[in-house]
Design a binder for this molecule. Structure first.
Ligand SMILES: Cc1ncc(COP(=O)(O)O)c(C=O)c1O
Length: 403
C-alpha cells in the first residue's frame, strides 16, 4: 500500500482568490488583447485608451521594426532552437552586442533571451559564492530577487537597504565582513513607482566601501538620460556603474535582454550562468526587431522628447487633480489608492465604463497599504488620448472618493 503523505498540489487546489475575483468580475490579469498596437488598443472587440503598456517609444508597429522582423523570418527562419552557448548564437546576436556596447561606450555587451534571465544570470554567476553579498534596494524588480536567490542557494548572501536611501546603504555596507565582496543592485527607474535611483547619492557610498554597482535599466533605457541612455548617463555617472542591464521588451519593442560591462566579466557570466547557457537564444525576428527599434530610437530622437513631454503633462495634471503620486520622473506614473478593493474597483470602472486600460498593483504584489494603479505613457500618445484618460481618471477618482 502506498504511504499516506500530504499532496504537493494541495496549495493549488486550495487557492481561491483568483476564482473569487473572477466570480466578482474584478479579476484584472491575463486580459486577452485583440490588438495592442499603440496608444489605443482593442480588448474583447472594444477600443481602449492604453495607459498600461511599456511600449514607451511606440515602436512595436513602426514600419522599419516590423519589416526587420519579417525579413529576419524570411531569411533565417523562426527560431535557432538552441542556446547561445551551444547551437543558438547567430552573427545577428554578435552584431547587436557590438552596437549596444558602442552606444554605451562600453567594452562589451551580452544579449540574452529575456531581461529576466539577465538578472538570474548575475545572481548565479556573480553572487553564487560564500564571500559574495548582494546589497539590494528593497523595491527592486522580482527578477533581481530571483537571481539573488540563485546566488544564495550557492552560498551567497543578501542584505537589503531602504528604498533609495544612501544612509541605509552605508549602514548595510558597513556591516559586511572585511572578507566579503559586495554587488549593490538597484533598478534605474523603479518598475512600479517610476522614481529614479539616486545614483548621485548612492555612488559615493559604494565607492567608499569598495563595492560594485549593477543598475537594471529596463524602464530607463529610451526614457531618461541623453539619447535615452538611461540612469547612469542621466547623472553623468556612467564610469561609476559596473554593470547595466536592460530589456528589449519595453522601449525596444521586442523580447530579449542585455548586459553591458567589462569583457572579462561578461565572458565569465556567459560561462557560468545557466539562464544564459541553457535556454534557447532570442529568435532572429526578436533580435532583428530590437535592433531596428534601437536604430529608430537614434534616428528619431523626437520620440524621447515627446515621451518626456507626455509623462510630464500627465504627472502635473494628475497631481493637480489631487491624486497621490510617487516621486516619479519617468513614463511610469503610479496613483496610490492604498486599498486593494478600491484599487480593483477603480481599475474595473476605468476599463468598463470609460475604456481606459491601466494596471492595478495590489497585495500580495505590494503591501495592501501601498496598493496603486500603475499608469504608463508612450511617445505616440497624442494630447487627445491623454485628455480623454485624464477626464476618466478625474470622474472615477471623484466617484470613489480617491480625490
Ligand atoms: C526592472 C525590470 N527588470 C527586468 C525585467 C524583465 O525583463 P523582460 O521582460 O525582458 O524579461 C522587467 C520586466 O518587467 C523589469 O521591469
Amino acid at each position: 500500500m502506498s504511504e499516506r503523505r500530504p499532496d504537493v498540489l494541495n496549495k493549488a487546489f486550495e487557492f481561491q482568490a483568483a476564482d473569487d475575483a473572477r466570480k466578482a468580475g474584478v479579476y484584472p490579469y491575463f486580459k486577452p488583447f485583440d490588438y495592442n498596437d499603440g496608444p489605443e488598443s482593442v480588448i474583447d472587440g472594444k477600443r481602449v485608451t492604453m495607459f498600461g503598456s511599456n511600449n514607451y517609444l511606440g515602436l512595436t508597429t513602426h514600419p522599419k521594426v516590423r519589416e526587420a522582423a519579417v525579413a529576419a523570418i524570411a531569411r533565417f527562419g523562426t527560431s535557432m532552437t538552441g542556446s547561445r552557448f551551444v547551437n543558438g548564437s547567430m552573427k545577428l546576436h554578435g552584431e547587436f552586442e557590438e552596437k549596444i556596447a558602442s552606444f554605451y561606450g562600453r567594452e562589451s555587451a551580452l544579449v540574452f533571451t529575456t531581461g529576466y534571465q539577465v538578472n538570474l544570470a548575475l545572481g548565479s554567476a556573480i553572487l553564487g559564492a560564500e564571500d559574495s553579498v548582494a546589497v539590494v534596494d528593497r523595491s527592486v524588480h522580482a527578477s533581481i530577487y530571483d537571481g539573488v536567490r540563485l546566488g544564495q542557494a550557492a552560498g551567497g548572501r543578501m542584505v537589503r537597504f531602504r528604498h533609495n536611501s544612501a544612509v541605509s546603504l552605508d549602514r548595510a555596507l558597513s556591516k559586511l565582513k572585511p572578507t566579503e565582496s559586495a554587488l549593490v543592485m538597484t533598478d534605474g527607474v523603479f518598475s512600479a513607482e517610476g522614481d529614479i535611483a539616486k545614483l548621485d547619492e548612492l555612488v559615493p557610498v559604494i565607492k567608499k566601501h569598495g563595492a560594485r554597482l549593477f543598475v537594471d535599466d529596463a524602464h530607463a533605457f529610451g526614457v531618461i538620460g541623453p539619447r535615452g541612455l538611461g540612469t547612469a548617463h542621466y547623472f553623468g555617472l556612467e564610469d561609476d556603474v559596473d554593470l547595466i542591464g536592460g530589456t528589449f521588451s519595453k522601449s525596444l519593442a521586442s523580447v530579449g535582454g542585455y548586459l553591458v560591462g567589462e569583457r572579462k566579466v561578461l565572458d565569465y557570466i556567459q560561462h557560468f550562468a545557466p539562464s544564459f547557457m541553457f535556454a534557447a537564444s532570442g529568435a532572429p525576428s526578436c533580435i532583428a526587431a530590437a535592433m531596428a527599434a534601437f536604430d529608430v530610437m537614434q534616428e528619431e530622437p523626437w520620440r524621447i522628447d515627446k515621451l518626456r513631454e507626455n509623462y510630464t503633462y500627465m504627472r502635473d495634471e494628475l497631481s493637480g487633480m489631487g491624486f497621490e503620486l510617487s516621486d516619479t520622473e519617468s513614463a511610469v506614473i503610479p496613483i496610490y489608492i492604498r486599498d486593494d478593493a478600491r484599487t480593483l474597483e477603480f481599475w474595473r470602472t476605468l476599463l468598463e465604463d470609460y475604456s481606459v486600460y491601466t494596471n492595478p498593483f495590489i497585495s500580495p504584489g505590494v503591501l495592501p497599504r501601498r496598493s496603486l494603479l500603475r499608469t504608463s505613457y508612450m511617445a505616440t500618445h497624442e494630447r487627445k488620448h491623454l485628455d480623454r484618460g485624464l477626464e476618466a481618471l478625474r470622474s472615477v477618482g471623484k466617484h470613489l472618493g480617491v480625490i
